[in-house]
Design a protein around this ligand. Structure first.
Ligand SMILES: Nc1ncnc2c1ncn2[C@@H]1O[C@H](COP(=O)(O)OP(=O)(O)OP(=O)(O)O)[C@@H](O)[C@H]1O
Ligand SMILES: [Mg+2]
Length: 312
């Protein structure tokens, strides 16, 4: 067996004449978190569905847990767990019954004990015997993930596991993902949240227009784009003009009345910059130091902000 938990090469999928995946390649190391990042409609769920045997690709090769997806579907299914974008919870059963059903389906030994442990881990003990239909969105997502963990699959696919969750439930999800990885599980995670990929992923791939437009660690992606800068906002165009004349290499935005000044972000150069503005009696209404985050990466790679892309 190779050390890659997932290896994808030349993967293509079209709906009618619309290419959703236009030849994508990536590898996921065993025991790591790989995040597929992209806006609505980018093809994240399509990718997950292909990798989890729910959908057939038009072209390309995929190996999951060392098995060829095209010929060893059964072995692939035995190695993976999937939490889909929309919960697979049965509303007419309680949380405990949903988990027990999963344990029975997967023929897990001492299922009752496993179920009890999962209810505790996900903080669902109090509601364990209530119908899932009475659960909040966050509780349903947690139950859904707990169901995926029954039988301890070696590779877990999570399709937007925290979309719509409040910050506290999101943190719970994050810490569970970290625990799973510490236990040696491989996680394939899709998300629209750059921060989530930044927090959890060992490697990130950005999907846009059917292709992976970038791949790497979060630091590598951040290094691909222009670095730290100071952002100055002015109250009127006159001040903006004066500041633009004064500061070489600054990028102006007339609508926002801002200037983006390249800087190393160190206190000495920040003080020098402020002193220069002072000498020329130019007053900046706002002054902020900006280090690149994944939002900047997305903007640099796709020409859109992540919010614009999602709103599209
Ligand atoms: N069964 C289908 N028939 C036709 N087109 C489809 C089908 N399923 C998905 N698509 C299209 O394929 C594209 C990718 O969809 P997909 O669900 O993979 O995106 P996504 O990245 O998961 O988006 P989201 O963030 O909204 O979940 C979209 O344009 C979608 O409309
Ligand atoms: Mg989706």
């Amino acid at each position: 067996m190779t050390s890659s938990a997932i290896a994808v090469s030349g993967l293509r999928k079209a709906y009618g004449d619309k290419a959703v995946l236009d030849g994508i390649d990536f590898e996921v190391a065993a025991g790591s978190v790989f995040s597929l990042l992209g806006p609505n409609g980018a093809g994240k769920t399509t990718t997950v569905n292909i990798l989890t045997t729910l959908l057939t690709a038009d072209a390309g090769t995929v190996r999951v847990a060392g098995h060829d997806l095209a010929t060893a579907t059964k072995q692939v299914r035995a190695a993976i767990g999937v939490t889909g974008q929309f919960a697979a919870v049965d509303d007419l059963l309680s949380g405990r019954e949903n988990l027990q059903l999963m344990a029975d389906l997967k023929r897990v030994r001492s299922g009752g004990q496993v179920v009890g442990g999962l209810l505790e881990r996900f903080d669902l003990v109090e509601s364990a015997d209530k119908l899932a239909s009475t659960y909040s969105g966050g509780m349903r997502r947690k139950l859904d993930l707990a169901m995926t963990l029954v039988g301890s699959p070696q590779i877990i696919f999570l399709d937007e596991p925290t979309t719509g969750l409040d910050p506290r439930s999101r943190r719970t999800m994050w810490s569970i993902v970290r625990e799973l990885v510490a236990e040696g599980t491989t996680i394939f995670l899709t998300t629209q949240y750059l921060e989530e990929a930044d927090q959890l992923a060992d490697r990130i791939a950005v999907l846009d227009g059917g292709r992976l437009v970038a791949q790497g660690t979060s630091d590598e992606l951040k290094r691909q784009i222009p670095g730290t800068h100071v952002r100055l906002r002015f109250t009127d165009a006159g001040e903006l003009d004066a500041a633009t004349r004064l500061l070489d290499g600054a990028l102006r935005d007339d609508e926002e009345l801002t200037l983006r000044v390249p800087s190393d972000g160190e206190s000495k150069s920040l003080r020098a910059l402020l002193d220069r503005l002072d000498e020329h009696t130019i007053n900046a209404q706002e002054f902020s130091v900006h280090t690149p985050d994944l939002d900047d990466v997305f903007l640099a790679l796709t020409g859109r902000t992540s919010e614009e892309a999602i709103a599209k």
